[in-house]
Design a protein around this ligand. Structure first.
Ligand code: ITT
Length: 198
């Protein structure tokens, strides 16, 4: 089955491709001729995920899925959440981490969670595009300072519960065993397998 992964984030693409192996024929946005920034203006993670998939479906007419993700920090009332990508005003991961650590300065409650919502839009000959959402959540703690050089975004300051290494200290395969994104992917693949077997 051919599916476009509606993301401009190379790290997401690498994680999802590694996790899928050859299970599906993944097409990138550039492979379908899309060079646009995807819209993300809904104010929620599920809403932004839907917007991105809808955009690709509407403009390019291909079956696709989109990923919207964010880091929710309990002591910051869920910030940066839907604003995770541009928390500091830019996409710069180091600046985003710096702002987050400054906002948490002196706070002993370091609880946080990563969330991913995938929106799958599948072409259906009879019903038009059929939409499904799949989510994944991983709980953890925000460290006092960054550790590790792998992964991307907030990975160097996120310690998943039950582990003594941050996501940035894990290999991609290790992160992929437990991450928010891989949980959402597992649910989506189970759904797609079901469709093929019906
Ligand atoms: P697309 O919309 O093109 O998919 P994006 O980077 O804009 O790419 P998001 O809107 O979902 O994607 O941004 C969420 C931000 O949250 C992302 O830029 C990272 O800073 C952070 N993030 C998401 N998943 C993460 C992960 O697995 N590890 C660390 N940080 C992550």
């Amino acid at each position: 089955m051919e599916l476009c992964f509606a993301t401009n984030n190379q790290h997401k693409l690498e994680e999802v491709s590694a996790r899928l192996g050859g299970a599906f024929h993944l097409k990138t946005l550039s492979a379908i001729g899309c060079t646009d920034e995807l819209p993300e203006t809904s104010g929620t993670i599920p809403g932004n995920s839907r917007q991105k998939a809808d955009y690709v479906w509407t403009h390019f007419g291909v079956s696709c899925f989109a990923d919207d993700s964010g880091l929710e920090v309990a002591a910051l009332n869920g910030e940066p959440g839907v604003d995770s990508a541009f928390y500091s005003g830019s996409r710069d991961a180091a600046a985003n981490i710096k702002k987050l650590l400054a906002n948490l300065d002196g706070t002993t409650d370091r609880k946080a969670r990563f969330i991913t919502v995938f929106t799958l839009l599948l072409h259906d000959r009879n019903a038009g595009p059929v939409e499904h959402q799949f989510d994944g959540v991983v709980d953890g703690q925000i460290l006092l300072e960054p550790r590790g050089i792998g992964g991307f975004g907030y990975d160097p300051i996120f310690l998943p519960d039950g582990y003594d290494r941050t996501f940035a200290e894990m290999s991609m395969d290790e992160k992929n065993k437990i991450s928010h994104r891989s949980q959402a992917l597992t649910k989506m693949v189970a759904y797609l397998d079901q469709q093929v077997n019906v």
